[in-house]
Design a binder for this molecule. Structure first.
Ligand code: GLV
Length: 341
């Protein structure tokens, strides 16, 4: 048995994984071309992946010895899950451990955009500052405004808690609500709890977009959320709206976002993810009211270690302890998979 690890692993976790099998490392920042990944996968039983690695149908079908993909991320849009299940390949991800770090970054982008922190920093460093001015770099008040949270999963909830602490009014839409009107939404127990705890109200996406001073995206990328936010959606937002995306770039039509920024349809944006990373739309690069980050939502030392630990532990659980990892994305194939080992 051999393991392929895309990206580096902390020393302690490398040692832990070595209990199972030797590891080949490939340190890359952008996706390997299919043929290179296929070649590297030959003879490998387990692969550790990250969001940029493309485990598509062609790659999975060309890796006959592969038995597990341990994704070091919560999003798994880079993996063809149905094809993995058909080929009896376990797939795990890292939910839960990155909620606070990612919500912190989303909230940091909200504050950075609202209070123009990056512009202010450049202003001081460039020597333009001549002294206190009453209307210098006026931002937008956060207190009492409304935030629309698109996707109320674990990270959306962590963001909502931060927003509540800053006295923002919270409205949110859930992935199941896409295409539904307000009167078609069925409130469940979780919504009732969110209303009690955070005074948060579940609404349709259209109502959310029309009524939010901040919109923050926290849903998974899927066929239904690809380019979910485009020209029409930006045109529904109020002109003072600040748009935050720490989920996945492909949830947003990036040209529509650039147009909305340059025609002042919205006030600004804070972006940690992009349509074709690491490329960034040139208009977004040029806009002073856009704050950019290089996909660092979960990038704290503690969280990245916890994510790698979950991936390594899932592999050890399955192959060493022969017990079902808690974070499997295709638990339905577990029994069959185990019987074939
Ligand atoms: C990072 O992008 C993740 O999905 O965890």
């Amino acid at each position: 048995m051999k393991i392929l690890c895309l990206g580096r692993l902390p020393q302690d976790l490398e040692e832990k994984l070595l209990e199972l099998a030797p590891i080949d490392f490939i340190d890359r920042t952008t996706a390997l071309p299919d043929h290179e990944l296929i070649e590297a996968l030959q003879g490998k039983t387990i692969i550790l992946t990250e969001p940029q690695d493309q485990l598509n149908e062609k790659v999975v079908a060309a890796a006959p010895e592969l038995k597990m993909i341990a994704q070091r991320a919560v999003g798994f849009d880079n993996i063809n899950l149905p094809v993995c299940s058909q080929n009896n390949i376990l797939v795990s991800n890292t939910p839960g451990v990155l909620d606070n770090a990612t919500a912190d970054l989303a909230f940091a982008l909200l504050l950075a955009c609202g209070r123009r922190i990056v512009e202010a920093d450049s202003y001081v460093r460039s020597g333009q500052w001549t002294g206190f001015e009453n209307d210098l770099l006026l931002g937008t008040e956060i207190f009492g405004k409304t935030i629309g949270i698109v996707g109320m999963g674990r990270i959306g909830y962590a963001m909502a808690k931060r927003c509540h602490a800053f006295s923002l009014k919270i409205i949110y839409s859930r992935s199941g609500d896409l295409g539904r009107d307000d009167n078609e939404i069925e409130i469940d127990e979780r919504d009732k709890k969110l209303a009690l705890e955070l005074n948060a109200q579940r609404v349709s996406l259209e109502t959310l977009l029309k009524n939010s001073n901040f919109v923050s995206v926290h849903c998974l990328l899927s066929a239904t959320t690809t380019e979910l936010i485009g020209h029409k959606e930006f045109s529904l937002m109020p002109h003072d709206c600040i748009f935050i995306n720490t989920a996945r770039g492909k949830i947003v039509d990036e040209q529509a976002l650039a147009d909305a920024i340059f025609t002042n349809k919205i006030k600004g944006a804070g972006l940690d993810v992009f349509y074709s990373e690491p490329a960034v739309h040139k208009l977004l690069l040029a806009a002073p009211n856009v704050v950019l980050a290089p996909h660092i939502g979960s990038a704290t030392a503690e969280t990245r270690h916890a994510m790698a630990n979950l991936a390594v532990s899932a592999a050890l659980e399955a192959f060493k302890n022969k017990s079902k990892p808690a974070n499997l994305l295709n638990p339905d194939i577990w029994q069959d998979w185990l019987e074939k080992q």
